[in-house]
Write a protein that binds this ligand. Structure first.
Ligand code: NAP
Length: 317
């Protein structure tokens, strides 16, 4: 068993690294359990043009490297491995345990910043053809589909945004949505409707992604959500934009409250969870804004909340 740390941060997107930067500068010597795929979803993006301070834009992976370097400069320590389990103490000042690899870290405070992953449709061919025509990120992959017919699954703002981006490259983008009404905001829908090479197919669900002889995606099998009519759509690319699933599995059953989708619930405008000394930030908490800058902001809040908790709460005996 390790000595008792001040703070362990689980996760390494903008929320995790910002929490590390702030707690490191507060001389709390944070430990960041950053996972093997450190950097979070921004590692998948190309140009990030809306992170303040980069007037010419910055590549997602470079931004994450810089955040990591900045946190390291002030004494953050990184463990490039997955947290596999948590044992959270329920009393104020209690010692929490974080299982990493074969080791157990003991800590007075925990910042949860595990983020979210892309929701899967869960149909045959989806996993097999992921990276061979099926993608969860038009921003990352759209350029590979120049002149091809493509589809987007989803009816929210993400689907509209992805469709408009993809339409700059693809010959055609068909938005396939399971209802006739769209969850997307009016402004995003209206913008997407003005794009000539975007077509609309509702209410349809995808039942299967099928490969051609070369092993890459060749067509999607669809079904009308009401009449049950089957339909085939020849496509070289399929982009899934049906939301995100927070990565909160390891806190289930630990006293931390979750909403029906698995987002960690925090107290008011703070980052305090239902467990004393445990704070949460970033996409793990937020299904509304989901921006690098808002995640970084909440990582900063979690660091300050943790710092104040450590200042005000003696170690339980
Ligand atoms: P979302 O708003 O939750 O929309 C998810 C969409 O996927 C919905 O249309 C939903 O259909 C559909 N869906 C969910 N599960 C499905 C399944 N298993 N099979 C088929 N379709 C499925 O998610 P989002 O679009 O990622 O947006 C999340 C948040 O980020 C929103 O608050 C959004 O406003 C915000 N956002 C804003 C912008 C922007 O303004 N620039 C851009 C992106 C995201 P139903 O509608 O039938 O449930």
């Amino acid at each position: 068993m390790s000595e008792i740390e001040n703070v362990v941060i689980v996760g390494s997107g903008p929320a995790g690294y910002t929490a590390a930067l702030y707690t490191a500068r507060a001389e709390l010597r944070p430990v960041v359990v950053e996972g093997f795929m450190w950097g979070g979803l921004l590692q998948e993006t190309t140009d990030v043009e809306n992170f303040p301070g980069f007037p010419a834009g910055v590549m997602g992976p470079e931004l994450m490297q810089q955040m990591r370097d900045q946190a390291e400069r002030f004494g953050s320590r990184f463990i490039t491995d997955q947290a596999t389990a948590l044992e959270l103490a329920d009393e104020p000042g209690g010692v929490h345990r974080v299982h990493v690899g074969g080791e157990i870290l003991q800590t007075r405070a925990v910042v949860l910043a595990m983020g979210a992953e892309h929701r899967k449709v869960g149909v045959p061919g989806e996993e097999l053809l992921s990276g061979r025509g099926v993608s969860y990120c038009a921003t990352c992959d759209a350029a590979f589909f120049g002149g091809r017919d493509t589809l987007i699954v989803g009816g929210g703002d993400s689907a509209m945004e992805e469709a408009m981006f993809l339409a700059k490259f693809a010959s055609k983008v068909t938005i396939v949505h399971r209802r006739d009404e769209f969850r997307a905001s009016k402004i995003m829908l209206e913008r997407a409707r003005t794009v000539e090479n975007i077509e609309w197919l509702t209410p349809y669900v995808v039942e299967d992604f099928a490969a051609g002889e070369n092993g890459a995606l060749e067509r999607a099998l669809l079904r009308h959500a009401e009449t049950g009519e089957a339909r085939e759509l020849p496509v070289g690319g399929a982009f899934i934009a049906i939301g995100h699933v927070p990565q909160s599995e390891i806190v289930v059953g630990q006293g931390v409250s979750l909403d029906h989708e698995g987002h960690v619930l925090v107290d008011g405008r703070s980052t305090r969870t239902a467990v004393p000394g445990v704070f949460a930030a970033g996409d793990l908490v937020d299904n509304t804004y989901r921006q690098a800058i808002t995640a970084a902001g909440s990582g900063c809040q979690a660091a300050l909340d943790a710092e104040w908790y450590l200042r005000d709460t003696p170690l339980a005996s």
